[in-house]
Design a protein around this ligand. Structure first.
Ligand code: SF4
Ligand code: SF4
Length: 348
């Protein structure tokens, strides 16, 4: 990471904050409308893959358009997250990751991991900081149920984890907890299996139910509390695998059945869709759409729609934006927790 650059961007962001101005600090690039998986909790899991492929061919940004948008966003942010649809399904993914690196932007790529063996992993190692593998379950049957795929893909992902290890590419795994995979968190099997695979860091949150379908994948309240208590118990007794989501997240769900936050932190990240659009303040406000091919970040972030975050409490579990919705002291504590973990690893 380019520390000087990061400090400069953080300084400018803090100055804006002191003046009451919201600006993003993290970039999330959703690279394509296509995904080869069928996850029920995700709009990209659409079973009509032909239609999804056609959409991707017509609407996905070209290589040059993505590069232009990445260059426009980079001066504002300290980290970038590349996700999907499935980012590795794009033939130009390595070229785009290299472009982000050329902008001195650290990169985490979130992937289902099923296509990693098709990439030049030595080249990949040079242009990503972390790979986050979405692995909701480490048991073949529940993995296949949650993700809607055949056992061969589970086996392929497991062997691709080994490829990452062999190539020395830093990686961790992430799970979305639904009613289909609670058991392995209650029994700690998920953590034990991760450890046996040499995975040192894991992350997980409960599913945020989609607003565009008429089913819920959230476990019932009683089961959620059992999951939270088991995860807290594991954290107390084990340093590895390190659980990225801190105790407070699980404690809030036990106490209130949902997470707490004063102001939703969705504005701290710029979520760029595969066609270059940004929705203000989030994907649930589909009428407020701006395209980064036409507008710059300052213009989009000065829209009045962002004021909505002051009042909106619609999300119960917030998933990936829980951290950014917490107070500065919680974020600082999380940072210190990460530093302590790194020190423990380095000092043995
Ligand atoms: S693998 Fe990821 S992007 Fe693809 S459908 Fe599942 S959750 Fe969505
Ligand atoms: S709490 Fe509201 S503003 Fe925040 S992500 Fe959820 S719907 Fe969007």
């Amino acid at each position: 990471m380019d520390v000087i650059r990061t400090i400069k961007v953080l300084g400018r962001w803090s100055l804006n904050r002191m003046q009451g101005k919201r600006m993003p600090l993290i970039a999330v690039f959703s690279m394509t409308h296509y995904c080869n998986y069928y996850c029920a909790m995700c709009p990209f899991g659409d079973p009509d893959k032909d239609a999804q492929m056609r959409l991707a061919m017509h609407r996905d940004l070209s290589t040059e358009q993505w590069k232009a948008i990445m260059s426009k966003v980079a001066p504002h942010v300290i980290w970038s997250i590349v996700e999907g649809g499935e980012p590795t399904s794009r033939k130009d993914i390595l070229e785009l990751l290299e472009h982000l690196k050329s902008l001195s932007l650290p990169v985490t790529m979130i992937t289902n991991g099923s296509l990693l063996h098709t990439l030049d992993l030595d080249r990949l190692k040079q242009c990503v900081d972390y790979i986050c593998l979405s692995i909701d379950s480490l048991k073949q049957d529940s993995y296949c149920k949650v993700r809607g795929v055949k056992p061969e893909l589970f086996n392929r992902v497991m062997s691709n984890i080994m490829l990452l290890k062999d190539h020395g590419i830093k990686h961790y795994i992430n799970s979305v907890i639904t009613k289909w995979n609670t058991e392995e968190f209650i029994t700690h099997e998920y953590f034990d299996t991760a450890r046996s695979l040499g995975i040192r860091t894991v992350s997980m949150t409960f599913v945020e139910d989609r607003s565009d379908v008429n089913y819920s994948l959230l476990p019932d309240r009683h089961t959620m509390v059992k999951v939270c208590n088991s995860i807290l118990d594991y954290m107390k007794r084990h340093d590895e695998p390190f659980i990225l989501i801190p105790p407070l997240y699980w404690e809030q769900i036990i106490a209130y059945g949902r997470v707490l936050f004063d102001e939703c932190g969705v504005w701290k990240s710029i979520f760029v869709n595969a066609d270059g659009t940004v929705m203000a303040p989030c994907w649930k406000y589909k009428d407020n759409v701006y395209n980064l091919l036409e507008h710059d970040v300052d213009y989009i972030w000065s829209r009045k729609e962002w004021d909505e975050v002051k009042h909106c409490k619609e999300c119960d579990v917030l998933a990936c934006i829980w951290y950014s919705s917490q107070s500065p002291s919680v974020i600082a504590n999380g940072y210190m927790r990460g530093i302590r973990m790194l020190l423990r690893r380095h000092l043995g």
